[in-house]
Write a protein that binds this ligand. Structure first.
Ligand SMILES: [Cu+2]
Length: 161
């Protein structure tokens, strides 16, 4: 038996306990409306942690088959989008998931997102003490303002006639 095992088990037990650090607030959530045939869309919101070293780990939703945390950034003058393992949430700072930056990507939408609908998501946040916080978010669906559309293209080849 390895000597490290007892402490590892203790750490795992601690990780499943409820956390005194569970203080991430979500504000201004919204999801971008889609057009017919569009399979992917983005969800945006502001996150603010009351404690240091919290991280947004993952998102689940019944609205799509897959939800990923994505980042958009310029690489060699090309805007690229990729999945990130986590988004750090520094204490007391608002971290915005927004078009052109971090966002939640929904892929395999179960149905088109129409303005006025709402979608429900569950965020999973990892806290400094190892505890995970699940945050239920209801995001109203909004049509994307034309000015913001330039920064973010969906994965699928959506046609907008
Ligand atoms: Cu994306």
């Amino acid at each position: 038996m390895r000597p490290l095992l007892p402490s590892l088990l203790a750490a795992l037990a601690f990780a499943t306990a409820s956390s005194a650090y569970a203080h991430v607030t979500v504000s201004n959530p919204w999801a971008r409306a889609t057009v017919a045939q569009q399979q992917a869309s983005g969800v945006f919101m502001d996150l603010r942690s009351a404690h240091d070293n919290a991280q947004l780990l993952s998102v689940t939703t019944d609205a799509a088959s897959t939800a990923e945390v994505h980042e958009m950034r310029m690489e060699d003058n090309v805007m690229k989008m990729r999945a990130v393992p986590s988004v750090s949430l520094p204490s007391g700072q608002t971290v915005s998931l927004k078009p052109g930056g971090y966002h939640i990507m929904l892929m395999g939408l179960k149905k088109p997102l129409a303005a006025g609908d709402n979608i429900d998501l569950t965020l999973e946040v990892l806290h400094e003490d190892g505890a995970k916080e699940r945050i239920a978010v209801r995001a109203p669906v909004r049509a994307l303002a034309p000015a913001a559309a330039a920064g973010h293209q969906p994965h699928s080849g959506a046609h907008q006639h």
